[in-house]
Design a protein around this ligand. Sequence first.
Ligand SMILES: C[S@@+](CC[C@H](N)C(=O)[O-])C[C@H]1O[C@@H](n2cnc3c(N)ncnc32)[C@H](O)[C@@H]1O
Length: 245
Amino acid sequence: MTSNERLAQLTAERFEGLPRSCGNSVDPGVVTAADWRDWSRNETSVDQARIEDYLDRFPLAGKRILHVGIGNSSLARKFSDRVGEIVGISIDPPELARAQSLGLANYPTVERNKYAGLGLDIEGPFDFIIDNNVTSACCCLTHLLGLLDGYRERLAPGGQILTDREGLGWIPQAAGLNPRWRFTLEDLASVAELAGLSAEPIGANLVTLSCGGRSTPTAGARSASLVRRGAKALSRRAKRLRPRR
Ligand SMILES: C[S@@+](CC[C@H](N)C(=O)[O-])C[C@H]1O[C@@H](n2cnc3c(N)ncnc32)[C@H](O)[C@@H]1O
């Protein structure tokens, strides 16, 4: 069975109500809603924050990260001095402007609609691809499979795509989207399999997709992460206790 036939079967068996193909080759999956677009001045979502915490447990020297949906660029601010490169994607010019204003030489950003094809200029291999809202504004299963194919093609050996159950199960409220786009891990796994990726939970919330094995946090990097988090907690506490004048 070809992957197209498999997708047709999957649509009928599991995703009845979701379009197999939207027929939009211009701007598929571009949705305007206040709770979805231009995250440049908003707080990092809890799901992305969880992914950042997990990433912090890896030795990252020389690693390349593709961050899809850069929001307020907290990920780049936190990790740019520890990695080789972070390539950021957004469809919101204010997010790209904020990213550029940081002046980080190893943080190139690109305006790109992920459902319309990542493009030849977004070159792998990436050790981590981070997308906490893989299906949140998706248009059809064909474009979703195309996105996952694009991610797999750009993965380094041992690389992984990181997402989160909360982000996966969230859709922009105001956009009137089909609620069936609230994906579970099992939903994502069934489409990812067609792209040659296997899905695996990490703890209660995180989800990783990989092909042929993925790297895991090391003991040394985990301890360093604990020390960093402890130091941050102490500094926050000291700020709270400082007498006000
Ligand atoms: C709700 S914000 C989340 C921002 C950040 N990842 C976080 O969790 O804090 C959604 C992000 O996805 C990006 N986005 C929305 N639709 C997109 C699309 N079709 N292609 C690429 N990025 C998209 C927006 O520009 C924005 O950065």
